[in-house]
Design a protein around this ligand. Structure first.
Ligand code: NAD
Ligand code: DAU
Length: 360
C-alpha cells in the first residue's frame, strides 16, 4: 500500500485532492494529511473521509523540522504532494513575511525531511519515492501580447510577494533535483475554482456577496485575464504527473479557458439567476447593479494563460470540465453547503473583509 504525505490537505485544492485520490484508489493508498490549520485550513472539508482507516490527520507546521522529521521516521512515506502554502495575493501585499516563511522555508523543511528519509548511503534515492511540489502560473509574471502563453521554458518573472515566494520555493525544489538528483516534479497551475474554496478568492467571494445582496468589488477596469480550471482537473493532473510524468520535469497545468474578471462576475450573476427559483427573495437583488469597480490591486498582473501542450503530450492530461459546466457545479455546491460558508465567514473573516474592502 502506497503511503502519501499530503501537506495543506485541509485547504481548498488539498482537500479536493484527498477526495479525488480516495475516489480513484480507495483502500489501495494511505494518506497522511499534514496541515497547520491556518485561517485557510478547515477540517470540515474532510468530514467525508475522516473515519477512513487509511486516512490520518496530523496538525503540524511545515516549518517545524522536528514534527515533520517525526512523520517521516514513523512512516514509510512513498509520495509527498506538497500543497501547504500561504496562497492569497492580496494578503501577501499586506503581510509578505509569513509568505516567505511558509512558502520558502516550509518547502525547504519538507524537502530536507524527505531527502533524509529517502537517501541511500551512496547518495542515490530509494526506488519509487517521489515528491511533487504544487506551484502556480504566477511565477511566470504577466503576459502582454495576446498570442503569448506560459510554457515550462518561460523565464520566471514574479511580481507579488506571493508569486516571489512561490518562485523561490520552486527554485529550492529545482536546487534539490539538480544538486542531489532528488526525485521530484514541479507543477505550475492556473487559477482553480470549485468546492471548498475560501471566500477571499474571486469566485466564492462573488457568489457569497451576491447571495447576500452585497456589492461585487471588481478591481481596476475588470479586464485582467485569468485562465480558469475546475479543481478536480488540477487534482487529476497532479496524480498523472506523479505517476506517468518524467522525474525532474516541470509540467504546466491549465485549460485554455481565459476570461476577463468582469466576464466571470457577469457569468456568476446570470448563473445564480438561472439556478434560483423565481420565488426566492434573493433573486430580485442579484443583478449587474451589484457590480462595483474599486481601486486596483497593487502590481496587478494583467494576463495569465497556460500552454498545456507538454502535460497533454506526455501524460495524456486534458481538462474534462468546461467552464459552463464547472461554474454551475460550483454554484450548486455553494447552495448545498451554506452552513460551510457560514462557518468559514464567521469570526476572523469579517475583520479580514473590513480591512481589505472598507476603503476601496
Ligand atoms: P489554501 O490557502 O486554500 O490552503 C492552504 C492550506 O495550507 C491550508 O489548509 C492551510 O492551513 C495550510 N497551511 C498554510 N500554512 C501552513 C503551514 N505553515 N504548515 C502547514 N500547513 C499550512 O490554498 P489552495 O488554494 O488550496 O492552494 C494550495 C497550493 O496550490 C498552494 O501551494 C498554491 O500556491 C497552489 N496553487 C493554487 C492555485 C489556486 O488557484 N488556488 C493555483 C495554482 C497553484
Ligand atoms: O494563477 C494561480 C493563482 O490563482 C494561485 O497561485 C493563487 O493561489 C490563487 O489565489 C489565484 O491568484 P489570483 O490573484 O489570480 O486569484 P484571486 O481570486 O485573488 O483573483 C482573481 C482575479 O480577480 C484577479 O485578477 C484579482 C481579481 N479580484 C479578486 C478579488 C478577490 C477582483 O477583481 N476582486 C476581488 O475582490
Amino acid at each position: 500500500m502506497r503511503t502519501y504525505v499530503v501537506t495543506g490537505g485541509a485547504g481548498f485544492i488539498g482537500s479536493n485532492y484527498i477526495h479525488y485520490m480516495f475516489k480513484k484508489y480507495g483502500d489501495e493508498i494511505r494518506i497522511i494529511n499534514v496541515d497547520k490549520l491556518t485561517y485557510a485550513g478547515n477540517l470540515e472539508n474532510l468530514k467525508d473521509v475522516e473515519d477512513r482507516s487509511n486516512y490520518t490527520f496530523v496538525k503540524a507546521d511545515i516549518c517545524d523540522t522536528e514534527a515533520i522529521n517525526k512523520i517521516f521516521e514513523e512512516n514509510d512515506v512513498d509520495r509527498v504532494v506538497h500543497f501547504a502554502a500561504e496562497s492569497h495575493v492580496d494578503r501577501s501585499i499586506k503581510d509578505p513575511g509569513v509568505f516567505a516563511r511558509t512558502n520558502v522555508l516550509g518547502t525547504l523543511t519538507m524537502l530536507a525531511a524527505a531527502k533524509a528519509a529517502w537517501e541511500l548511503p551512496d547518495g542515490t534515492f530509494k526506488e519509487e519515492k517521489k515528491f511533487l511540489h504544487v506551484s502556480t502560473d504566477e511565477v511566470y509574471g504577466s503576459l502582454s501580447n495576446p498570442d503569448d502563453y506560459f510554457y515550462e521554458t518561460t523565464p520566471y518573472d514574479p511580481h507579488s510577494p506571493y508569486s516571489a515566494s512561490k518562485a523561490s520555493s520552486d527554485f529550492m525544489v529545482k536546487a534539490f533535483m539538480d544538486t542531489y538528483r532528488f526525485p521530484a516534479n514541479i507543477t505550475n497551475c492556473s487559477n482553480n475554482y470549485g468546492p471548498y474554496q475560501f471566500p477571499e478568492k474571486l469566485i466564492p467571494l462573488m457568489i457569497n456577496n451576491a447571495l447576500h445582496g452585497k456589492a461585487l468589488p471588481v478591481y481596476g477596469d475588470g479586464k485582467n485575464i485569468r485562465d480558469w480550471l475546475y479543481v478536480e482537473d488540477h487534482c487529476k493532473g497532479i496524480d498523472l504527473v506523479q505517476e506517468k510524468g518524467r522525474l525532474f520535469e516541470t509540467y504546466n497545468i491549465g485549460g485554455h479557458n481565459e476570461r476577463e474578471n468582469i466576464q466571470i462576475v457577469k457569468t456568476i450573476i446570470s448563473t445564480l439567476r438561472e439556478e434560483l427559483s423565481d420565488s426566492d427573495p434573493r433573486k430580485e437583488h442579484i443583478t449587474e447593479d451589484l457590480i462595483k469597480y474599486v481601486e486596483d490591486r497593487k502590481g496587478h498582473d494583467r494576463r495569465y494563460a497556460i500552454a498545456p501542450d507538454k502535460i497533454k503530450a506526455e501524460v495524456g492530461w486534458y481538462p474534462e470540465t468546461t467552464f459552463e459546466v464547472g461554474i454551475k457545479k460550483t454554484i450548486r455546491w455553494y447552495f448545498d453547503h451554506q452552513e460551510w460558508m457560514e462557518h468559514v465567514t464567521s469570526g476572523d473573516y469579517q475583520k479580514y473583509y473590513e480591512d481589505m474592502y472598507a476603503n476601496k
